[in-house]
Design a binder for this molecule. Structure first.
Ligand SMILES: [Zn+2]
Length: 191
């Protein structure tokens, strides 16, 4: 992990450079004061589902409640597939994100945000990104059968409680940390 300013400058060590798409992070942070973490990723299932133009619907309910709630409340799709290296492109992406927690970038990936205490915000943004990835994988699996993609009924959405961050974020984060410990590199990463 390396700390840099919103403009990408800072004490970057030799051999390291700020990400080429740092504007994705910095423009969201500039425009959404409550946001303290921004995840940008290129999950293959999200890329494929966005290229296919599949609708981001709450296809499943209690199988993945965070994904269902995200989709029910709306997952915006930014239709540009550009590499976000210019501020005007980042501003377009931020406008598409609006006040939502995630935005899909067609043919590119996704952006997810977290709010509040930074440690919680990172976990929140990561778990939101994973929920979108889970939904994308389900969308592709259903579409592959030839069946239509249909949202579950509102009456079932109404029976999906928000289980809160202790379950949706903290428990998932502990699971991910344990997996990283068991499946990750056997020695600490170089610092
Ligand atoms: Zn990217």
């Amino acid at each position: 992990m390396r700390e840099v300013g919103l403009d990408g400058t800072g004490p970057v060590h030799s051999g390291w450079a700020p990400p080429g798409e740092i504007l994705i992070h910095s423009e969201v942070l500039r425009s959404r004061p409550e946001v303290t973490a921004v995840v940008h990723a290129h999950p293959p299932a999200v890329v494929a589902a966005s290229v296919a133009g599949l609708p981001w619907l709450p296809l499943v309910g209690s199988y993945d409640i965070p994904a269902a709630r995200l989709a029910h409340e709306g997952i915006p799709v930014w239709h540009r597939s550009a590499l976000v290296r210019r501020r005007d492109l980042a501003e377009q992406m931020v406008t598409c994100l609006g006040a939502r927690p995630v935005v899909v970038l067609r043919g590119h990936g996704l952006v997810a945000v977290g709010e509040g205490d930074p440690a919680h915000a990172v976990a929140q943004a990561v778990t939101r990104a994973l929920a979108v990835n889970s939904l994308a994988r389900t969308m592709l699996a259903v579409a592959a059968t030839g069946a239509p993609l249909r949202a579950i009924p509102d009456e079932d959405i109404a029976e999906l409680p928000d289980l809160g961050p202790a379950f949706n974020v903290s428990a998932m984060w502990r699971h991910l940390a344990a997996r990283a410990e068991h499946e990750g590199p056997p020695v600490p990463l170089r610092t």
